[in-house]
Design a protein around this ligand. Structure first.
Ligand code: X2X
Length: 337
């Protein structure tokens, strides 16, 4: 080989090696550029873990899937985002089952007042037959719910005016609730005055005193800084709430099997991490919230449960969900009526 020929050969070889070393995706860009949206602050574990899942999915799909994360209602309120996930304007969305119930009625069943006593019951139900039943109903509405529901937590009542110690304290009380018939019905059963407001508007509704109080898990009271506009926190644990990780149905059909597997694997793994994070936060954050000036009280759940019974809350909702769904709830929660 002459020197020139050798040089040409080497440069061709280098070019060849270089082109082999560059994965296909770097030349063509991702095949699926997708959007994930949520209503929670960027520092909430749900968004931290969703971002981790997005990174793992990008890597494991060889760059074929890119997921952009939009936290904090950047793309609109829950009501807006529910329309967007249905139309395909967004691809992934974490939504409380209770709010999803405006489209899939049975999806609110886990929020029945004082049903679950602890996380052991919650995960047995939601990773078991009750969760499977709800996911089946979600699928019929054209959305796909990943297997593992993400934790929001047991909900507590905060107020700017007084602690809630008994159902009597809720009489006429102006409380913000998320947009969901179950929430409204439950606080009406306590004779409160619930106002349906999307989370995007909650801080300002509290700040401007449109409502006196709201209810959310401690992790949200902390990460959304609701302590800045609320004084009292009453540990009612009145319901457990979780976020279904929803996927637009048409996108899911379109995704090849191996990419579906990559998405499901990382999203469900992230859900389990998020559950740990949220539980830890809910258990530890009380001290910080006290330091920020919130006053805490515990309550006895019995009179609250009795008030709901008296208002026919349980029997009315049993009739709405149907005996089959109700039996699945009670399988895990124990008898409620
Ligand atoms: O809207 C709420 O209060 C929140 C953040 O907990 C839900 O998404 C249900």
């Amino acid at each position: 080989m002459t020197t020139t020929a050798r040089r040409v050969f080497l440069s061709q070889a280098t070019a060849l090696t270089a082109s082999l070393a560059v994965p296909a995706f770097a030349q063509s860009g991702p095949e699926f550029k997708l959007k994930f949206a949520s209503n929670l602050p960027v520092i909430h574990p749900l968004n931290v873990r969703a971002k981790e899942a997005a990174d793992a999915i990008a890597k494991d799909s060889g760059g074929k899937i890119e997921i952009q994360v939009f936290p904090n209602n950047q793309l609109g309120s829950d009501t807006d985002m529910l329309s967007q996930i249905r139309s395909g304007a967004i691809d992934f969305f974490t939504l409380s089952g209770l709010i999803l119930s405006t489209l899939v009625p049975v999806a609110s069943i886990n929020g029945i007042g004082f049903a679950f006593k602890d996380y052991e019951q919650v995960w047995a139900a939601m990773d078991g037959e009750l969760g499977a039943f709800v996911r089946g109903a979600i699928a019929k509405a054209g959305l796909v719910a990943m297997n593992k529901i993400w934790d929001n937590g047991f909900r507590q009542i905060t107020t700017s005016t007084k602690p809630i110690t008994s159902p009597a304290d809720l009489k006429g009380f102006k409380i913000r609730v998320p947009v969901s018939p179950l929430w409204t019905s439950m606080f009406k059963a306590f004779d409160a005055a619930p106002a349906s407001i999307n989370f995007a508007e909650v801080y300002s509704a509290l700040q401007t005193k449109i409502v006196e109080g709201q209810e959310n898990p401690l992790a949200i009271i902390q990460t959304a800084k609701l302590y800045e506009v609320q004084k009292y926190c009453s540990l009612t644990n009145h319901m457990w709430d979780g976020f279904w990780f929803l996927v637009n149905g048409k996108l899911w059909e379109k995704l090849p099997k191996e990419l579906k597997d990559v998405v499901a694997k990382h999203v469900d793994a992230a859900a389990l991490h998020e559950r740990d994070d949220v539980r830890r936060l809910n258990n530890s954050v009380e001290v910080e919230l006290k330091a920020k000036g919130m006053a805490f009280n515990t309550v006895n759940a019995d009179p609250f449960r009795a008030a709901l019974k008296k208002a026919h809350f349980y029997s009315d909702w049993k009739a709405k969900y149907g005996a089959d769904a109700w039996a699945l709830l009670e399988k895990y929660s124990g008898k409620l009526e």
